[in-house]
Ligand binder design. Structure first.
Ligand SMILES: [Zn+2]
Length: 344
């Protein structure tokens, strides 16, 4: 599987008779759609703004428009399915969205059934972090593994767990919420209502929060200067810049996030003994500043047999992970016909 933009010198699959896949990545600000062949090569893609604040009907209409645009002129009989990755929570069994924070007005919307009726094609729906996990599994990693955990770290922390070559979603489709593992039982309050979740300790938002505290306390002159002395202007990106300029306090903030991420990974590998942990999302661009403390924490805390069996690597797919993930869930479900994200 390749998962990449097609090279114009290759035979154009649109002119042959193989199966094609539509993937749609529904984000809070934009909807990206693509048409790929059955190996994940993207043949066409297009993007529209989501206009989430205009409500469910506008968003649904835009998803439909993106799908029709990438399929235009193609025999519908060649489309294997349409994969949609959307912000969670999602009930993958009923194909319904539940109060997605980035899509106000979509609570309770039976997205899969609506899109099936409008497009007349099999629809596969997954939350975006699960879709990204499957995308990395099919198209990103080079290793031949059957057990892998993907963790995406940006404003929040999400993920997906691949066990024996299949996405694990649990009894009600809500499993794999790696961001809401409890790491510090009496730690800060998380958006989910619990305290001390991985997300509240190691996300980009957490790094910005730690940085803002440093600026307020006057302990990080470089970060303060980058944020123009305003604690509220501190972002994870600015903390990274200050750390790269050699500011020790800013480096320690990222090391602390890495430590907590490492603790979370220690939990995950003891539970699942995966061969691979793949870390994606904007915060993964912190590179060694983040990965070194993660690996040191895992080396210090995990059982030797388990830690020696796992590799911790950055994600490969970059900005295309959402679209490739949406495509991947169709191919993944085709390959695992007994699985549970099957179309209505
Ligand atoms: Zn939480």
């Amino acid at each position: 599987m390749t998962g990449r933009i097609i090279d114009t010198h290759e035979a154009n699959p649109l002119l042959t008779s193989g199966g094609l896949v539509v993937g749609i990545d529904v984000g809070g600000t934009k909807i990206m759609g693509g048409l790929s062949d059955s190996s994940g090569r993207i043949l066409r893609h297009t993007t529209l703004p989501t206009e989430a604040q205009q409500g469910a009907e506008v968003v649904l209409e835009r998803i439909e428009r993106v799908a029709r645009e990438v399929m235009s002129g193609v025999d519908p009989g060649r489309i294997i399915g349409v994969g949609i990755g959307a912000p969670g929570p999602i009930d993958p069994f009923s194909g319904t969205l539940y109060s997605p924070p980035n899509l106000p007005g979509m609570d309770g919307v039976p997205m899969r059934e609506i899109m099936r009726q409008r497009l007349g094609l099999p629809i596969y729906l997954a939350n975006d972090a699960n879709a990204a996990a499957v995308g990395e599994y099919l198209f990103g990693i080079h290793e031949q593994v059957r057990n892998m955990i993907y963790i995406t770290v940006s404003t929040g922390v999400g993920g997906g767990i691949i066990i024996d070559g299949k996405l694990f979603i649990g009894a009600h489709g809500m499993g794999g919420e790696v961001g809401h593992m409890t790491i510090e039982a009496e730690g800060p309050r998380c958006n989910c209502g619990n305290t001390g979740c991985l997300e509240v300790l190691a996300s980009g938002t957490a790094i910005a929060r730690y940085g803002a505290a440093l600026v307020s306390e006057g302990r990080a002159p470089i970060l303060s200067e980058l944020a123009e002395q305003r604690a509220s202007a501190v972002t994870a990106r600015l903390v990274q810049e200050a750390a790269e300029r050699g500011e020790r306090e800013s480096q320690l903030i990222i090391a602390r996030a890495g430590f907590y991420m490492g603790v979370g990974i220690v939990n995950l590998i003891h539970l699942f003994n995966t061969q691979l942990i793949v870390i994606g999302g904007g915060v993964s661009h912190l590179g060694a500043l983040l990965f070194d403390p993660i690996r040191q924490t895992v080396a210090a805390r995990a059982m030797p047999a388990i830690r020696n069996a796992v590799e911790i690597v950055p994600a490969h797919l970059g900005d295309q992970v959402g679209l490739l993930g949406a495509i991947a869930i169709v191919l993944h479900e085709q390959a695992n016909a007994a699985s549970e994200l099957r179309p209505a």
